[in-house]
Design a protein around this ligand. Structure first.
Ligand SMILES: *Cc1c(COP(=O)(O)O)cnc(C)c1O
Length: 791
């Protein structure tokens, strides 16, 4: 029935939306027709949710995020509305391969990594829980760059063009457009002021419906695209100045052209500040427009509007909302500040000092002159209300967006228990002393619909066969698997699912990279952005040491391993790129060594993204979560792996701490210094050299790199990397090396008892239910937004 109906709908869209008949339909045509047929079925719940929200005059959540790493949408939407089988049948019946149709969709990489993926998981949970919400962000023409590797193993970046084909999910909203100004002058006017920008662009809305589990509710992801006020300077064109004629267009479109790579070392990018203001200001205008259409009195704003700032990127929301209320709507300044604060909350995502945004005062004054004045007034008001010395927002010629966000937020949250304690005791220690109720914890989570149901069909089927349906939106029910784990039969099925996933991945690696990997070997996976704090170099050093040890002692009963790496480095991050280069060349050398071929393989497929994560994670046996303790705020990759039955080798960092507590320390391979020990150890100037001197294995691995083993005899290639390890090693790779090595050998031993390994793996799945982003969003709804679900 449903397949027949869907088939009709696909054929209708093929003909009337794509202008094709079935005989001439390309894969793209089929994918677009299916997308539009599915989108049609999302409209009804979407409208229903909007009407219900208006009727109940409900509060709404506005999630402001510079990044939404949404990946592909079709398979997820089909699954959420329960049409997977019908769609499969309809597409097959029309003579096309369903999997190929799904795989034809580009991966929308509108984010760098964890922060953007969190925003995407939150959208899914907000809809699943029936929480009225909008996601607001930027419709980047080019998402994060596409990564490939040159013949020498270096990262090569090219532009991502996901919008080259039309994006079937979105609705363009020419009527929802706002002029966003920059620069200009400020004229005093009574007690407030009038800002006259000297240039402006139009922010135009593009809406994507976000359907929740079982189609019960849908929210909107509204992304802003930048356009010129006037498309074209006809006067210039008529004078023959064709390039000049296109200037206004070029400037405007630049604003939503590219996603900035998470380039923690680069500072003072004017365009980035403009992007931040662009999407934040457009979103606030839109929020106030919606509010005033329904209500009159702006003092009621906080009872209807909860705005979440995902990191400091939308921090300009504080002064902009004050400006809208005070300058434009005549509210008293102090009341405007209080009203804005009652609407705003802020999520901190990092303690790395270089990643905490600061803007030169001169730049802020030039781009946003009125906001600079308001920031100074907010600073002065805070100093007057809390005369105890605290860190000012504006200091040494810089505007500190973390302090601004804290002072303008009613709640500030960390993203794991450990991270939240560190937020209290480090970056915001003095503000925390003044506002001890403000900082709370909301440990991150991931959506089980995408990361288990969608990505791991075998395991999902096994779970449903064992505990019945209904775990998808009630993930803590996974604990009901525990009694079954005692059965050998269940463990064998669990092992068979893992094996099938590994065979699929092996085939894919063979196709993509021409490398044969043994699906019976342990799949040891580290996939995440490249950063020194995430310590991919610790992993590759251990790989080199292991290779040496296997060569020296080939008969020692080694557990065969496939080391899998994935991830991009910010184009300007030299050290991270050097680590990528090293890994590719270690892979080349080790994979060519006949003596170790059956025991150790290193693969690094390029262009890690959400789609690749969905492929790799269900096939992983071992999850590498090896950051320097105190540096990873939470991690969400760690949760996806554990949920999919991988064991973690990790430090006591971020949410690893909570994962270990929940799955049990006996089902987790812990190593390394604690956050406190790292800080203490770093006080010793020789912390790295003494660790190298004390570890013959580490010493030999570094020597091999320096001898040119992985650089065709060139001894200088990795000098930057090895010198840094020997001399500085801020991320304490050397001091943690031996502990990591020992933990890896404990992993080998555990792997030797295959049945016990599967028991541990299954217990990871059974005990990871708490890491559903539904639990996280329920926490925000209760503790941060004070909002009730509508379903
Ligand atoms: C989950 C995810 C991340 C975050 O991974 P971490 O290991 O937590 O840093 C990054 N990128 C993609 C594509 C993801 O799916």
């Amino acid at each position: 029935m449903r397949a027949t109906e869907l088939r009709e709908s696909i054929l209708k869209h093929l003909e009337f939306s794509q202008g094709k008949d079935l005989a001439h339909a390309s894969l793209y045509d089929m994918r677009m027709a299916l997308t539009l047929a599915i989108r049609d079925r999302v409209i009804e719940p979407w409208f229903r949710a909007t009407r219900a929200t208006y009727a109940a005059q409900s509060k709404r959540v506005y999630y402001l995020s510079m990044e939404f790493l949404i990946g592909r949408l079709l398979e997820d939407a089909v699954m959420n509305i329960g049409l997977t089988e019908a769609a499969h049948e309809a597409i097959s019946g029309l003579g096309h391969d369903f999997r190929a149709v799904l795989d034809d969709e580009p991966d929308a990489a509108l984010g760098n990594g964890g922060l953007g993926r969190l925003a995407a998981c939150f959208l899914d949970s907000l809809s699943t829980l029936g929480c009225p919400a909008y996601g607001y962000g930027i419709r980047y023409e080019h998402g994060l760059f596409r990564q490939s590797f040159g013949p020498d193993g270096r990262q090569v970046e090219t532009a991502e063009d996901w919008l080259r084909q039309s994006h079937g999910w979105e609705f363009e909203r020419p009527e929802a457009a706002f002029n966003i100004g920059f620069g200009g002058t400020v004229a005093e006017s009574g007690r407030s002021a009038v800002w006259t920008p000297d240039n402006a662009v139009v922010a135009k809305a593009y809406d994507t419906p976000v359907i929740g589990w079982q189609g019960k509710w849908a929210n909107t992801l509204r992304l802003w695209g930048a356009e010129p006020l006037s498309a074209f300077d006809l006067a210039a064109f008529n004078k023959g100045d064709f390039v000049g004629a296109a200037q206004p267009e070029a400037f405007a479109r630049t604003i939503s052209r590219v996603l900035y790579p998470d380039d923690t070392t680069e500072q003072g990018k004017e365009l980035r500040l403009k992007q931040e203001f662009f999407f934040t200001a457009a979103s606030l205008r839109d929020i106030l427009r919606r509010f005033t259409a329904e209500h009159g009195d702006l003092s009621a704003l906080p009872s209807r509007v909860a705005i979440q700032m995902n990191d400091t990127h939308p921090a300009i929301a504080g002064p902009e909302l004050v400006r809208l209320l005070h300058d434009e709507r005549g509210m008293e300044f102090e009341q405007a500040v209080d009203t804005a604060r009652a609407c705003l909350s802020y999520t901190n995502h990092t303690l790395l000092p270089e990643a905490l945004e600061r803007w030169p005062e001169t730049l802020m004054s030039a781009v946003l002159p009125r906001h600079m004045q308001l920031i100074e007034r907010i600073d002065a008001l805070h100093a007057q209300q809390f005369p105890v010395r605290s860190t000012p927002i504006v200091e040494k010629g810089e505007v500190k967006m973390g302090e601004l966000s804290f002072i303008m937020a009613n709640r500030v949250n960390g993203v794991s228990a450990l991270h939240t304690e560190l937020v209290k005791s480090t970056v915001f220690a003095d503000l925390h002393a003044l506002h001890p109720e403000r900082i709370i914890n909301e440990t991150n989570g991931v959506t089980p619909r995408r990361w288990l149901k969608g990505a791991n069909h075998g395991l999902s089927t096994l779970i449903t066969d064992t505990i019945g349906e209904g775990w998808e939106d009630n993930l803590e029910r996974l604990v009901e698997l525990e009694p079954a784990i005692e059965d050998r039969g269940f463990r064998d099925r669990f092992a068979a699912v893992k094996k099938t996933n590994k065979v699929h991945l092996s085939n894919w690696i063979g196709d993509q990279m021409g490398i044969a990997v043994n699906p019976d070997a342990m799949f040891d996976v580290q996939v995440k952005r490249f950063h020194e704090y995430k310590r991919q170099h610790l992993n590759i050093l251990e790989t080199i040491a292991l290779w040496q040890e296997i060569r020296a002692n080939p008969g020692a009963g080694w557990a065969p391993r496939v080391k899998i790496f994935g991830g991009k480095a910010a184009p300007g991050y030299v050290m991270a790129k050097e680590i990528i280069h090293l890994i590719n060349n270690v892979a080349r050398v080790i994979n060519a060594d006949a003596a170790t071929r059956d025991l150790l393989t290193v693969v690094y497929p390029p262009n890690y993204n959400v789609t690749m994560a969905e492929r790799l994670i269900p096939a992983a046996d071992l999850s590498e979560q090896i950051s320097t303790a105190g540096k990873e705020a939470s991690g969400t990759g760690n949760m996806k792996f554990s949920l999919n039955g991988a064991l973690t080798i990790g430090t006591l960092d971020g949410a690893n701490v909570e994962i270990r507590d929940l799955v049990g320390p006996e089902n987790f391979f812990l190593f390394g210094m604690t956050a406190d020990e790292v800080v203490e150890r770093r006080r010793h100037p020789d912390h790295a050299s003494s660790a190298i001197a004390a570890s013959p294995r580490l010493s030999a691995a570094i020597d091999l790199i320096e001898a040119g083993t992985f650089s065709n005899g060139d001894r200088s290639t990795y000098r930057g990397l090895t010198q840094n390890l020997r001399a500085h090693d801020y991320f304490t790779v050397c001091a943690d090396f031996d502990s990591y090595w020992d933990a890896q050998r404990a992993v080998d031993t555990a792997w030797g008892d295959a049945d016990h390994w599967m028991r541990m793996a299954a217990l990871n799945t059974a005990r990871s239910g708490w890491f559903s982003s539904d639990r996280t969003i329920k926490g925000y709804m209760k503790d941060v937004w004070n909002i009730q679900p509508m379903i």
